[in-house]
Design a protein around this ligand. Sequence first.
Ligand code: 6R9
Length: 665
Amino acid sequence: MAETETSQQQNGLQENRVFPPPADFAAQAAISGMDAYNKLCAEAEKDYEGFWGRLARETLDWHKPFTKVLDESNAPFYTWFEDGELNASYNCLDRNLTNGNADKVAIIFEADDGKATTVTYRQLHERVCKFANALKSRGIKKGDRVVIYMPMSVEGVTAMQACARIGATHSVVFGGFSAKSLQERIIDAGAVAVITADEQMRGGKALPLKAIVDEACAMEGCDSVRDVIIYKRTGGNINFQQGRDIWMHELVDGQSAECEPEWVGAEHPLFILYTSGSTGTPKGVQHATGGYLLWAAQTMKWTFDIKPNDVFWCTADIGWVTGHTYITYGPLAVGATQIVFEGIPTFPNAGRFWETIAKHKATIFYTAPTAIRSLIKASNADENVHPKKFDLSSLRLLGSVGEPINPEAWMWYYRNVGNEQCPIVDTFWQTETGGHMITPLPGATPEVPGSCTLPLPGIMAAIVDEAGHDVPNGQGGILVVKRPWPSMLRTIWGNPQRFKAGYFPEELGGKYYLAGDGAIRNKDTGYFTITGRIDDVLNVSGHRMGTMEIESALVAHELVAEAAVVGKPDDTTGEAICAFVVLKRARPSGDEAKQIAQQLRNWVAHEIGPIAKPKEIRFGDNLPKTRSGKIMRRLLRVLAKGETITQDVSTLENPAILEQLKEST
Ligand code: 6R9
């Protein structure tokens, strides 16, 4: 971990530019000024349950009020608002029919080809009700798991909301994942149905989805799937399996536009979302309905300062947690108008984001550093796609998520997209945390580029050493959260032991939530800077990838004997995947090495998905190992960066191998 962290730490520590909130922003903000922030923190400190109980009552509509806020008796299996009953879809849709929002635009759908359509809250409610009735007509019911493998679309959001409406637990699988990844998730979740589309459009190209579902379902173990429901996106050719496959429009046709929501207990699993860990297969992060929805809505108000006239745009995909919380649930729960974007940032050209902001007069824009960095490059190469060429004056707030934002990218975003008028919220959070954890408040926190600043009120984030003791500011350590919070994951689906051991390790006392990231607090301000993962998880373009997953995919190839995967800093993607591979045959060189490397890259894309393709593959006769046989990844990281090894290599069994692995293919 050390190397990337040091440079990022230094960035965070050396950074002394401070950007206080613009006065006019602060004047109208939900949390205005640091006193207001401190007051909320003090309220949480003083009466933790009272604080969360108040927010839950104010922010959500409960069918049956809760009488108890937090139950810690079975820690770390905490429960929140347990005897309360609610429905997430009711909170996102029905309440907007009676509060004056019925004819307000809920979603502006910006298609890949630039066509835009709008859906009001009334229309969305109707679509969700019809689809919910359609699901019921197929015998899908409360507690069933439904896998959603769909493109960015109103139908994707509708499918998620419809599941929530009938109490079915959805598990969205990102449309870039392979058949094998989809199969693993279907099996682990025990899904009774898969909702998909014929194809998805990306950058003018039609890519298959249904064909991948077919491939996944034909593999072993997917017998639980009774229905495959298909949204017709492109009209492209698909195979149709009678009895199992059904078109979404046919299923919805004739259904009633009313559907009484299924009232569920606050702890009812709203969704499972698979994410990468340091070991083994992806884990199904399970979220509860009440606590999760509370934080989705609350952070829309606090972090994004959402107002009735805002046009909110989160560029994430619904296949990731950011798309769950800040597309499907948060914006709708607060009655906002949002843009749902099907396309990619570089089609038809790299001005697409800026053009779309101007076209729909977006006021809040939330994206990932990797997108910003690639658009910096593109606008350096072609001034026509530079943000300054577009009218971005509607913007009032910018956000960043998914990975550390380097101060240079932050400054560019601030100057060129925000015109030095918009605060930037650098939001640190995770699939497991459900919503924002450490982030500036745009009307309160003076911002420092590269720092996610301070925890939200009620979030007891801290930095500790390996024994769980607090470390002083200025000294790096392990990021933990000392108290449970409502939107935290409840367990790993089907694997409570992994949840307990992985997130509440005994070494830290068994009570602290272990985020898996390193962090450091500034000596003077106490501001947090995230220094990167402390486990074997890589962050490539804001996507979490386990090194073990990629290694397993590589060794599953017939040519590969052994593989070790490490991250390497990358100007655009943050980290890039670098694989060290030992083949079962002699070490290849020259063109042959290039050709095998390409073969292995395609193999990984086929096994996991294109996002897991190693950028670089190096071949060796062996890997650097200790005498006890442990691969020394630390050394591989140095080699991947092209640096000279200065560490002690005396414990290495085979030091000569290092020379060989220096060369890239
Ligand atoms: C929301 C999301 C979580 C991991 C997390 C950390 C990294 C996310 C960050 C950030 C620095 C930020 N991360 N936001 N690092 N600054 N503002 O991205 O969830 O896909 O689960 O990834 O991403 O390493 O642990 P997820």
